[in-house]
Design a protein around this ligand. Sequence first.
Ligand code: ADP
Ligand code: ZN
Ligand code: ZN
Length: 698
Amino acid sequence: MSTPCWIEVAVQTPAHSQVGGLLIYQCPFLVRPGQLVRVPLGQREVLGVVWTVQGVAPQDMPASAVRSVLAVLEGIGPLDTSWRLLVQFSAQYYQRSLGEVALSALPPQLRDLRPEQLARRLKKHTDRCVVQALPTHALSEEQNRVLAQMQQSPGPFLLFGSTGSGKTEVYLQAVERMLTADPQAQALIMVPEINLTPQLEERVQARFGTATVVSMHSGMTPAQRLKAWLAAHAGQARIVLGTRMAVFASMPQLQLIVVDEEHDPSYKQQEGARYSARDLAVYRGRLHNATVLLASATPSLESWHLSRPVNEGGRYVRLHMPSRIGTGLLPKVRRVDMNKQARRTVLSPPLLAALQARVERGEQCMLLLNRRGYAPVLHCADCGWKSQCKHCSAFRVFHKIDRTLRCHHCGLTERVPRACPDCGNADIAPIGRGTEQLEEHLGELLAHVKRPDGSPIRIARIDADSTRLKGALQSQLASVHAGEVDILVGTQMIAKGHDFRRITLVAAVNPDTALFSSDFRAPERLFALLMQAAGRAGRDAAQSATSEMWVQSFHPQHALFEALKKHDYPAFAASELAERTAADLPPISHQALLRADARSQEAAQALLNAARQALEELLNEDTATANLLTQVSLYPAVPMAMQRVADVERAQMLLESPSRMALQKVLWHLHGVLHQIRKQPEHKGVIRWLVDVDPQAI
Ligand code: ADP
Ligand code: ZN
Ligand code: ZN
């Protein structure tokens, strides 16, 4: 037994706590940084991560006031330095406490299980897996070139390749080479949403063996998550395939990180520490000296901008795969001018005719409408009543299937009233349309259409409503793959990543709203969605020459659709970046949002404006910090776009700067200011505040 030492431990601490989340304990036995310990906290016993080990007692605390560590978790090696640095950086950058980030990066069962229960789980982990990859395709010239380029520089890489160009194959090859070259090496593959791409999970497992690969995503049970985490931490699992949370997986031998569909907004966490898993992946790559590969057919403008030529300031290496595998061509894009259609046309005659012809030939089609439910709002023409949610600044959506009005924000669900609640008019009508109505409408319009064998047309819908039950999405996708569906109607859920082999026509029914959104990222999102959707058509090379992507629009000449027609992401990106540059928006500038939730909008804004004023006063006290104010713009508080959700009023304040560093420094000061102000009696109506660094929506 060695002499007692003093250690700093990260424990789960309340959000925003300024101590950085580290608490001091005495430790009667030898521990190392990164080890997991159980410590007393108040009346409880909690899990902690040893952060630093010190030989001398803290000066500002009597030794008797320092409590003792209760136990070290045996059998689990320390979390390595790179992991700890990643956590530390994330906490700092995203303005959260270290303890919160550290503990939420661990599987919940590690916190909750009794030590003896944990010991039992640990017995099961032993051997490291030997990778035995199955033989695969001969690579295309482009694939070979890209893999060779990856050998020639340390990266990070942005793999920009058309849908179906074989990007997945490239990164699986890169993983395979890495793992066979070094029997210890580990690779992390991140995907936006595993539930949407069960195929990829199967593909990776089939390729490398189920024992080699572990998954990490929120759909797993706590026991599965612990098992996967332990396997990765012990180095036994060679590949971790996971969603954004997997960026924090403990992988001591990490040598390669892949971020698939790197443009996907779901890489940004929307609660707690609002981290971007894509950005952290790049940071983590540096810490581990691991190769980072971001891949997309429509990169985020952030990554695209970062992969500009080095002499223009670029920091990523751009790799390009323009061609589809085989003789596969990208679908022909056809635009329908909705100004020329009869009023209130939902599905234009030429599109209907095209759908009919495809179904009669035995081909599959996909219709995309980014709005679920039957109609976004019910309306009384007599008195003007609308199905407003009483708790939110939103309308309740009409769902015909169960005749309910549902708020998609707070969940409030009620039966559809028989008559207008305000004036008693029995004739209340839906306005606008969602996927449910589109499915119904399509069924009526194409009721006479027969499949090649004379059987009736089959229409199916996939969206958040149709897939609520566990396993529903999988079985619905399977029936599309099996050819049991002729026309698939759905939201963006069906546009992402699926390798539908039989679809030859994809149509966006009403994509116009995103063209004129107040969110400056809306066009970028729409373009990515449409390119992704187009990528679903003609994936089977034999069909690709006749495959089509249809867009119905009142603005068919819009630059976005022009670029789509040419499958020209670079042209789209160039024009978007020019606009962003002119308006000083990301990725040219950097943003952060300070948000406040309160019982009233005034209270929410008052906190933000008081914080701004106090911050300016504080920074102006010193010339060094006053200089920061010239680099960071602080905007006045405004209501959020969704101003009220579940009776909570929400306001935000934007901070913007060309310098990430200056913005970070200001946020650091802001944090301190907020802790002071929050305590003042006039702000007691405030429920919570939070900071969102690099927000995805403003
Ligand atoms: P992406 O990720 O770019 O959409 P994938 O890697 O999924 O493309 O490849 C598209 C399809 O082409 C998949 O079915 C894949 O198995 C196949 N494929 C990929 N590379 C090759 C190759 N070199 N030869 C033959 N088929 C390939
Ligand atoms: Zn009415
Ligand atoms: Zn609501």
